[in-house]
Design a protein around this ligand. Structure first.
Ligand SMILES: [Zn+2]
Ligand SMILES: [Zn+2]
Length: 291
């Protein structure tokens, strides 16, 4: 199961909605997708553990997506973090961070590693290209496929020993008296959860291809229908819904909502006419995803 906390669902300028930041958690995997200004303040004020974050993945270097990052890292340093922090992002991110650190007289006391893709336990995070006005990338978060034990079959075969069950789940054959139990007879395949976050983007074919079939798509939905979102490299909620429909995703979350909409219910209504499985999450709401 993967949990997504919508830390900041606004875009551009802050409003009642904070700037983009999404916390994705599974067991001890904890990643932050984008880190707009104010992200750490929201997290600290709502008991979301900033120290546990292992990966920070930035979509692009516009201020509303990245300005919270240097200060979040400095806080980690202040609390004496020792564990490595992994960072992903477009070209220029490393240089941006190093410049801020140098100018603010900060030297991290823990390692920061810049990578192009990331894997921890059963979760993989990979970037995909998006279509914004500056270099930008979205992220696909994938849980590995796994197996569940077939409880009915175990019961009918009289298998109750947990050590036998564990061995079968780990894919090992087990001798039980005269019988040999084969794992393939007792395992039911379980598909891993997939989610994608676009960051800022126009609706585009590259995104449709990359997010095809995901369980949850977080898509740029800056404006309502009728606004020329393309001029700014963004999408309307209807365009986000059209991407969701074309990519055959299971569920769509509209994010990066412009501060010009104190009540964004119209954006949601318009999107749902195209793609009914759409939500417009508030800050600090969350979704638990199970395939
Ligand atoms: Zn933005
Ligand atoms: Zn942008």
């Amino acid at each position: 199961m993967i949990k997504v906390v919508f830390v900041g669902t606004g875009g551009g300028a802050p409003s009642r909605r904070g700037l983009p930041a999404f916390l994705v958690k599974r067991d001890d995997f904890s990643a932050l997708l984008d880190c707009g200004e104010g992200t750490q303040i929201t997290m600290v004020n709502h008991s979301l553990n900033v120290m546990n974050v292992k990966l920070i993945a930035i979509t692009h270097l516009h201020a509303d997506h990245v300005l919270g990052l240097p200060s979040l890292i400095q806080t980690m340093g202040m609390y004496d973090r020792r564990e490595k922090l992994t960072v992903m992002g477009p070209k220029g991110l490393k240089d941006f961070l190093e410049t801020v650190f140098e100018r603010t007289y900060f030297r991290p006391n823990f390692p920061i590693e810049f990578v192009e893709s990331y894997e921890q336990g059963n979760v993989k995070v990979t970037p995909f290209p998006t279509c914004h006005v500056v270099p930008s990338q979205g992220y696909l978060v994938q849980e590995a496929d796994s197996f569940n034990l077939d409880a009915d079959r175990l019961r009918s075969e009289g298998v109750t020993d947990w050590r036998v069950m564990r061995a079968l789940k780990e894919g090992r054959e087990v001798r039980l008296g005269e019988r040999t139990l084969k794992p393939e007879d007792f395992l039911i395949p379980k598909r891993g959860v997939k989610l994608a976050y676009t960051g800022d983007t126009r609706p585009c074919e590259k995104v449709v291809r990359a997010v095809s079939g995901v369980d949850l798509l977080l898509h740029d939905s800056t404006f309502e229908k009728g606004i020329d979102a393309g001029e700014y490299g963004h999408s309307t909620s209807v365009e986000a819904a059209e991407v969701a429909l074309e990519a055959k995703v299971k569920r769509l979350a509209l994010v990066h909502v412009s501060s010009r909409y104190p009540d964004p219910s119209e954006l949601l209504k318009q999107a749902r006419r195209v793609f009914p499985m759409t939500v417009l999450p508030d800050d600090l709401s969350f979704l638990s995803l199970q395939a």
